[in-house]
Every structure is written in structure tokens, then in C-alpha cells.
Design a binder for this molecule. Structure first.
Ligand code: PGA
Length: 248
């Protein structure tokens, strides 16, 4: 039985004051949450969140990493640094990084490897654009995204990877994939993994992301192969985020 995981992706939305309010708000409602809860903060706020969530069940994540360990990479942040602030997770290959910062499948795979090599759990994002969906390419796009990672790190590594299926057309648009649309791709991803190793596939959490909110989370997470959510907009509102966390 896979546990439900709900991860908040705050993206580039934070201030010292808003982070304080948001985290204290989430903490105050965690009493009846059984899902695993992760909050992925922008780099400058990792330390603040680390302090706020001490002794709580909330886990900390970052939103990106550089694949090198240290050195002359001005402006970049390594897995080791992220770990230094108590983070256990890192988002890798989010569609915003793929489309705005040119991250290719192989770059994403190398970042997944850098995270794993440093004992960080990658929240590894895949998903198709609207154009690709309309051209009937959803499965081939997701297949290539996943297989590039499998080829680099091996299927066994997926025991320490969380996959997030995020159809690009659903991210930040208010248009959610229907439970049927999402479940179909989740089942496809699980089958892809199962073709390599069924035992691993059955244990790998596959989260849905893309306009998941307090209203639609229930029916999405109820689907057989949807093991939780990666939440953008709704993760900035403590009450909405907690409602999603309570679904599990
Ligand atoms: P959204 O973002 O929930 O605002 O659509 C999800 C994500 O980008 O991870």
C-alpha cells in the first residue's frame, strides 16, 4: 500500500512574513493529517522553514538544484547545500524549468542522479504540453522523459524517487485533468516502470499536479494510480493546502 504524499510547490512566491504565516497556518492544522506533507520553498527561505517545522511531521524540499557538488558555478545551489538545511526532497524537471530554462531530458536525468547521490528524494516531474496532447503524443513524451532517467540511474533508483505527472496545460491554468485523463497517464507511467521491474513500479509514488485544489483533490487522489499531489497555487493558502493534505 503506497502512502499518500502531498507536496506544496511555492514557486517564486515568498517573503519572510508570508512564509511565517503560511507555515504556522499549516502547522496548526496538521493534527488530523495522515498524508506525508512536503513544502518546497525558494532557496533563501529553506533555513526559515527548517526552523519553523522542527519537531513537526512536515518535510522540507527545494525546487531545483545544480548537478555539480561545489565550485565555480556562480548563482547555483548544490544538493549538498540543500541537505545542509534539513531538506529531504527536491523538485527536478518541473515544466517551468524545462520550458523557461531549457532543461532537457538528459539534464533533468543528471539532476535526478545528483539528488539521489546526495540522499535527496527527487520529485521528478513529467508531462506533455497541450500541443503534444492534441497531436496524440502524450505517451511518447512521458515515455522519453521517464526512460531517460531510468537509463541513467536504473529502475531500482525509483524506490527513492517520487514521480509527478503534471500536464503542462493544467499547470496554473485552473484547468485540471479529469480523473479519467490523469488516471490513464498514471497507469501508463506505472506500466512503463513495471515493464522494467514490477516490484519497484508498485512502490513508486506517482503524484498528480496541475490546478489541484481543495475541491478536486478528492476525486483525483481516489484514482488507483494517483498517490497524492504536487500543488502550486493552492499550496500558498494554508486552509486549502490542509484540505488536500487531509484527503489521504
Ligand atoms: P498549480 O501548479 O497547482 O498552480 O497548477 C502545480 C505545479 O506547477 O507544480
Amino acid at each position: 500500500m503506497r502512502k499518500t504524499i502531498v507536496a506544496g510547490n511555492w514557486k517564486m512566491n515568498a517573503s519572510k512574513e508570508s512564509v511565517n504565516k503560511l507555515v504556522l497556518g499549516i502547522l496548526s492544522g496538521m493534527g488530523n493529517v495522515s498524508s506525508e506533507v512536503v513544502v518546497c520553498a525558494p532557496f533563501p527561505y529553506l533555513s526559515q522553514v527548517e526552523a519553523l517545522i522542527t519537531h513537526s511531521q512536515i518535510k522540507l524540499g527545494a525546487q531545483n538544484l545544480n548537478l555539480n557538488m561545489s565550485g565555480a558555478f556562480t548563482g547555483e545551489v548544490s544538493a549538498k547545500m540543500i541537505k545542509d538545511f534539513g531538506a529531504q526532497h527536491v523538485i527536478v524537471g518541473h515544466s517551468e524549468r524545462r520550458s523557461l530554462y531549457g532543461e532537457t531530458n538528459i539534464m533533468v536525468a543528471e539532476k535526478v542522479k545528483a539528488a539521489l547521490d546526495n540522499d535527496l528524494i527527487p520529485l521528478f516531474c513529467v508531462g506533455e504540453t497541450l500541443e503534444q496532447r492534441e497531436a496524440g503524443e502524450t505517451e511518447s513524451v512521458v515515455d522519453a522523459q521517464i526512460n531517460t532517467v531510468v537509463e541513467l540511474v536504473g529502475i531500482e533508483a525509483f524506490l527513492n524517487i517520487i514521480v509527478a505527472y503534471e500536464p503542462v496545460w493544467a499547470i496554473g491554468t485552473g484547468v485540471t485533468a479529469s480523473p479519467e485523463q490523469a488516471q490513464a497517464v498514471h497507469a501508463f507511467i506505472r506500466q512503463l516502470l513495471a515493464n522494467k521491474d514490477n516490484g519497484v513500479a508498485q512502490q513508486t509514488p506517482i503524484l498528480y499536479g496541475g490546478s489541484m485544489n481543495a475541491t478536486n483533490a478528492n476525486e483525483l487522489i481516489a484514482c488507483a494510480d494517483i498517490d497524492g499531489g504536487l500543488i502550486g497555487g493552492a499550496s500558498l493558502k494554508p486552509e486549502d493546502f490542509l484540505q488536500i493534505c487531509r484527503v489521504g
